[in-house]
Ligand binder design. Structure first.
Ligand code: AMP
Length: 282
């Protein structure tokens, strides 16, 4: 497995692979890898000949009062997990390699990024789209795999790729959960034992909502977000948002909605967790 630290070397590696007609799959991550990330790597292996994992804690997607400095990092562990999973190259640039000090260009999506996490993290998605575009330009992939765990991020990236005609196929892989239902996340490490137990109310509420919709159809949507909020608050969480939206466009649910996205962000202790469910109405 190759460790690549510079954009020039990364592009050279990918150009050479493409020259040999190898399909390149990239899995962008911020490191501190878990089985959720591993599932994206497995998916990349199925769809591509060469798998590149990028590990970069991207400063521009963190707000001034967010956890950039405290974001968990363990490169040696990440390296051995990637090696065991048969990754071909890890691209792990330093921030100075990715960002010139006098940079003045952003990539920003202006519709899908406005609600949900965009409300409480107003500059977050501009950082995400900018870094993903830059990572695509460095790794030159045919396919990029992202997780449904970050549902809004996946939609924003798909929209960016479409609107900018980027020659990358974006594939979204399902959420990987712990055995008890908690969605895997690098930030779970910050949960105290009690908060980790309390946080199970998030995935439990999503399961209950799904069961309710299966039984009662659209009738179950009435007051659904409010009732999830009550459960999460009663369970010791602090709700950032709970929204039930049309999964195709992140707009309000209408008669034409075929698939729902129930999206939740809530704090347990100081840790902000996100989770979601996609529910087919047909
Ligand atoms: P992160 O390192 O948290 O920025 O995540 C990197 C990629 O892994 C993103 O595409 C995430 O959506 C995806 N991811 C994170 N957690 C999970 C999970 N539990 N299941 C599936 N994908 C995930």
């Amino acid at each position: 497995m190759k460790l690549i630290k510079t954009i020039a070397e990364m592009q050279q590696f990918s150009k050479s692979a493409s020259h040999h007609r190898q399909k390149i799959g990239v899995v962008p991550t911020m490191g501190y890898l878990h089985e959720g990330h591993m599932s994206l790597i497995d998916q990349a292996h199925k769809l591509a000949d060469i798998v590149i994992v990028t590990i970069f804690v991207n400063p521009t997607q963190f707000g001034p009062n967010e956890d950039l400095a405290k974001y968990p990092r363990d490169f040696d562990r990440d390296w051995s997990l990637c090696e065991k999973r048969g990754v071909d190259a890890v691209f792990a640039p330093e921030p100075e390699e990715m960002y010139c000090s006098d940079r003045s260009t952003w990539v920003s999506e202006e519709k899908m990024s406005q609600g949900l996490c965009g409300q409480s993290r107003p500059t977050h998605f501009r950082g995400v789209t900018t870094v993903v575009a830059k990572l695509f330009n460095a790794t030159l992939p045919d396919i990029a795999i992202f997780g449904q765990k970050d549902a809004q991020q996946a939609m924003v990236i798909k929209r960016m790729v479409r609107d900018l005609n980027l020659p990358v196929e974006v594939v979204i892989a399902p959420i990987v959960r712990e055995a008890d239902g908690l969605a895997m996340s690098s930030r779970n490490k910050y949960l105290s034992a009690d908060d980790r137990t309390r946080a199970l109310v998030i995935s439990a509420s999503l399961r209950e909502a799904e069961a309710g919709i299966k039984t009662d159809g659209r009738k179950a949507l009435c007051g659904l977000a409010e009732s999830i909020a009550v459960k999460i608050t009663a369970g010791g969480g602090r709700v950032d948002y709970i929204e039930v939206l049309d999964a195709d466009n992140l707009e309000s649910v209408s008669e034409s909605t075929r698939c729902l996205l129930i999206a939740i962000a809530a704090y347990f202790g100081v840790t902000r967790l996100i989770d979601n469910a996609l529910i087919n109405l047909d």
